[in-house]
Write a protein that binds this ligand. Sequence first.
Ligand SMILES: [Zn+2]
Length: 282
Amino acid sequence: MTEPTREQRDNLLEALVEICRNPHGRKLFHQTVHSGYSFSLDTPGKSSICLDKEHRIAMDRNLSYDEMIFGLIHEMRHSRQYINGGSDFYNFRKNDIKSQTICSRMMEADAQAFTMMICSDMAERGFAGPLEAFKKTFGYIADAYEKAPDNKMKAAFDAWYDNNDMKAAYEGSNHVNQLSFKPADEFTFERSLDTKQMADAICSYNGKNYLGDDVSYLETGKFIDLSENTHGFLNDKMYYRMQDGLAVDTSYKSMPSRTEPPKDNPLRDFLMDMIKKEQKGR
Ligand SMILES: [Zn+2]
């Protein structure tokens, strides 16, 4: 791996300093480093990732200053989720598909809601760069946050699930990739997770779950739907697993179906590529 340049290192350091100028950002940074996490600049072309087992946040070294700031907030929030219990919850081999879908989507939606909250606070304090950069790709999350009269974090969290391309990309990388390329006998699907328990651990800030007491809505409609393609893939996969005498999951059958987005979808291809790289770290 080639070494990052002086400018790239300065970009990472200055972004961290900038995050620490914000009270929420400073708290997050402290939690991350006190949990033993370090930072690195990964090779060009790789997306940023929070590596749970290694306790390392590897950032894409080619990010702009503003992208580096919001990207760091997102990945540091993942470190916080892992420390709070996410390390145990997040388990493709052990969880049934419904639980794993709820878990992985929740972690992404929370990381984005949290990033939005800090970027918005930075903007209110006179530094709007990271918020503007975030809005370029995730305008729908920013929109929901800004329009919500109260509980803005929940509004941003819920908005994550409006983007079908994003969900399709994660289904491709999570369900399709994992079940296609990881050793088949490692999957047991034996565990069903409690959504409330998970939300209390992952969607928590200042000791409070900002989604509220009733999170049963995360098991309905857009929050739990799978694309028709993913459903088809899982049906085939489970049929052959049963033939081979391997553990079979049925939890996905109760998840509603979503009409597949068009095949040639550049945003989805981009996200798929990004997520595939992220999965390699797990
Ligand atoms: Zn993420």
